[in-house]
Design a protein around this ligand. Sequence first.
Ligand SMILES: Nc1ncnc2c1ncn2[C@@H]1O[C@H](COP(=O)(O)OP(=O)(O)OP(=O)(O)O)[C@@H](O)[C@H]1O
Length: 232
Amino acid sequence: MLQIDNLTLHYGHSQILHDVSLSARTGAVTCLMGTNGVGKTSLLKAISGTHPRSGGDIVLDGHPVARTVPAHALARMGVGYVPQGRDVFPLMTVRENLETGYACLDRSERHVPDEIFELFPVLAEMKTRRGGDLSGGQQQQLAIARALVTKPKLLLLDEPTEGIQPNIIKQIGEVISYLRDRGDMAILLVEQFFDFAYELGDHFVTLTRGTVTHNAPRAETSRAALLEHVSV
Ligand SMILES: Nc1ncnc2c1ncn2[C@@H]1O[C@H](COP(=O)(O)OP(=O)(O)OP(=O)(O)O)[C@@H](O)[C@H]1O
């Protein structure tokens, strides 16, 4: 579903990503791991169109993506992005937050599927509450649900367990497994909670100072080797 070749990215004059190549296939969880500041979020920004790459190629579902394609167009092409920190709209209700995903859909498709409330029952209970009144874990669930409303073919998740209580981390893990097993989307998961990522991942990519240092399927990724790559 996603193929990236030799991607580079800069902020001003400082180069953050160096010739990054990886792929994420449909029906699999690809984990992108590494310590703070190695460029994981920057890579997701480049894929989602929220920061332009400087060079390299991105191919989505067989279609080359030009460097200048804006985020809203990528969202329409099937890229669902759950950013670090969630970016829930605090003054909008849960339902209104979900409805912001409609912008990516044709008019006839604009509804919130029941499945989303089955995956996240708390959102059904809190439909009329404001986003800002939800706990951090509930906001994370809302951010994932909002991305699902857009019917993504590629789901980008940036540290969904960050600052979240263990019972909600477990639920989020179950949702990610379910979505993977449904088999209609590729999932690229940035995660620093090692055990969570190691349990879920089908393929592992590590970054060190903006360079890929490991890129292999689960069968060729020992826990010890992966830990070594993501340790400071
Ligand atoms: N808008 C920006 N302008 C300039 N530098 C930035 C900007 N955003 C990030 N950086 C720098 O780019 C580098 C990579 O940041 P990035 O957020 O992609 O890393 P990360 O691996 O996601 O880290 P973390 O786990 O802390 O989120 C860091 O050195 C960061 O300070």
